[in-house]
Design a binder for this molecule. Structure first.
Ligand code: HEM
Length: 431
């Protein structure tokens, strides 16, 4: 799509089967669409595939139509579940899970390669599950598989959505979201000592508050937490996997990041979040990874108004507008040497803010529906990387050079790393 937009411009109209899609590939056009009071593009597109997936379930936040219900649920999430204070309260979970990851790595037999991608996937899933549900799930892998089935479609490229009027295509089988999660109440009864509140506890507590302007029924709560779960898992996993891959592919950057961590942490035996405040270079490394490999590469919206013009072109109501984050984050107009991994461009921490006001850098989206999980994601990503880089040196498989690492991307709405990252962890003991 980037190549097409280089040929046809930063606002491009594509006709794919029965769908008309406008693709935005420049910061200037994103600014025009999302800046100010314009709310015409604050809804994600619905579709036959999504309608079928959601039928019989309450709509949570991610797919909620732009309106009062979404506004209230979003306010609840931002204030009561994902605020800085709430993210702080899940700190012990992240630190425990990071300790567990370090002990798994430390006990791997010397000389044996470990699948770093798989370990990162487990870490992200377990720490998200514990923050949401309060405990690990005994059938986690089955649960993750079920979630993967439920989300393994895109609203733009599914056959049902490309041919919304075809009855035949609508009859294609679709995996259902029939099995949801184990009873939170059961666990609570057994294990309700002095543990910190998980997200479900918080939402159940809010049910009874008179000031709530939205009905937090069990179905709504279920949809909201499943939204948070699905929004959090892939994105954080992809970001962490790419960061480790870029670090081993760029030994200079790896060395600089490790020197910073080891200097800041001194001789600590355990990495805790309090020690991470001064890791400026590590934060630059994460920002650069999110620029080069934005986990959500495209974000789709639908036009809600009749009278919209972008760059002087009329955009009919119902048109899907897709913002190509990946292309904008690699546009040579904004970035010197855009395809190269250079964290130094973010060393001045104020240089680019990813909270939606610097439109050339929008890995978390833009506008009113910008990702509400930024603080949660930063905390998770920082603690894992700090642990991996503090406690271990990393060696490539025998005979592989850093420039030979397979960095092939798999494109979709997200851009995953195709090959798993297999490395030798060499424990590092402070002198
Ligand atoms: C590196 C990690 C992450 C990235 C890159 C990311 C990126 C995004 C993007 C691009 C969007 C769409 C924004 C838009 O349409 O403008 C989004 C939405 C969302 N994200 Fe994230 N996200 C990340 C982590 C998380 C986490 C950890 C959570 C929750 C704990 C989360 C919760 C959500 C939710 C609930 C929405 C929907 C918001 C709405 O529709 O109002 N995300 N995210």
């Amino acid at each position: 799509m980037r190549n097409l937009s280089q040929q046809y411009g930063p606002l491009m109209m594509l006709r794919i089967c029965e769908r008309v899609i406008f693709v935005v590939s420049s910061a200037e056009v994103v600014r025009e669409v999302f800046k100010g009071n314009n709310t015409a593009f604050e809804q994600r597109p619905s579709s036959p595939a999504l309608d079928e997936l959601h039928s019989g379930h309450a709509i949570g936040v991610v797919m909620a139509p732009y309106g009062e219900q979404w506004r209230q649920l979003r306010r609840i999430i931002v204030t009561h579940v994902l605020s800085t204070r709430c993210v702080q309260s899940y700190r012990r979970i992240r630190e425990d899970e990071a300790d567990h990851l370090v002990s798994v790595l430390a006990s791997s037999p010397p000389g044996q390669l470990v699948n770093v991608s798989a370990l990162i996937t487990d870490f992200v899933a377990d720490s998200a599950i514990r923050s949401i549900f309060g405990d690990k799930l005994p059938d986690r892998d089955e649960f993750l598989k079920m979630m993967e089935h439920a989300t393994e479609f895109s609203t733009i490229f599914d056959l049902r959505d490309l041919f919304p009027s075809s009855r035949l295509v609508r009859m294609l089988p679709r995996s259902g979201k029939d099995k949801i999660f184990q009873s939170h109440a059961d666990r609570k009864e057994v294990n309700d000592g002095d543990r910190e509140k998980d997200m479900i506890d918080v939402l159940l507590g809010l049910q009874k508050e008179a000031s709530m302007r939205v009905s937090l029924t069990p179905e709504v709560i279920k949809s909201v937490v499943m939204d948070i779960f699905t929004a959090a898992i892939d994105t954080q996993t992809i970001c962490l996997q790419w960061t480790m891959a870029e670090l081993v592919a760029n030994p200079r950057v790896m060395k600089k990041a490790q020197e910073e961590i080891r200097r800041v942490l001194g001789r600590k035996e355990r990495v805790i979040e309090e020690s991470l405040r001064d890791l400026h270079y590590l934060r630059a490394v994460i920002k650069e990874t999110l620029r080069l490999h934005p986990p959500a590469a495209l974000f789709p919206r639908v036009c809600l108004h009749d009278d919209q013009k972008i760059q002087g072109f009329h955009v009919p109501r119902g048109t899907i507008l897709v913002t190509n984050i990946w292309a904008i984050c690699r546009d040579p107009k904004y970035w010197t040497d855009p395809d190269t991994f250079i964290p130094e461009r973010f060393e001045d921490e104020c240089a680019f803010d990813f909270k939606g006001s610097d439109f050339e850098y929008i890995p978390f989206g833009a506008g009113r529906r910008i990702c509400p999980g930024i603080t949660f994601a930063q905390a998770t990503i920082e603690i894992v990387l700090a642990n991996l880089l503090y406690h271990f040196d990393w060696e490539l498989p025998h005979g592989v050079k850093s420039e030979e690492i397979d960095m092939t991307e798999v494109f979709g709405l997200s851009v995953k790393k195709k090959a798993d990252l297999l490395l030798h962890p060499i424990p590092w003991i402070p002198e």
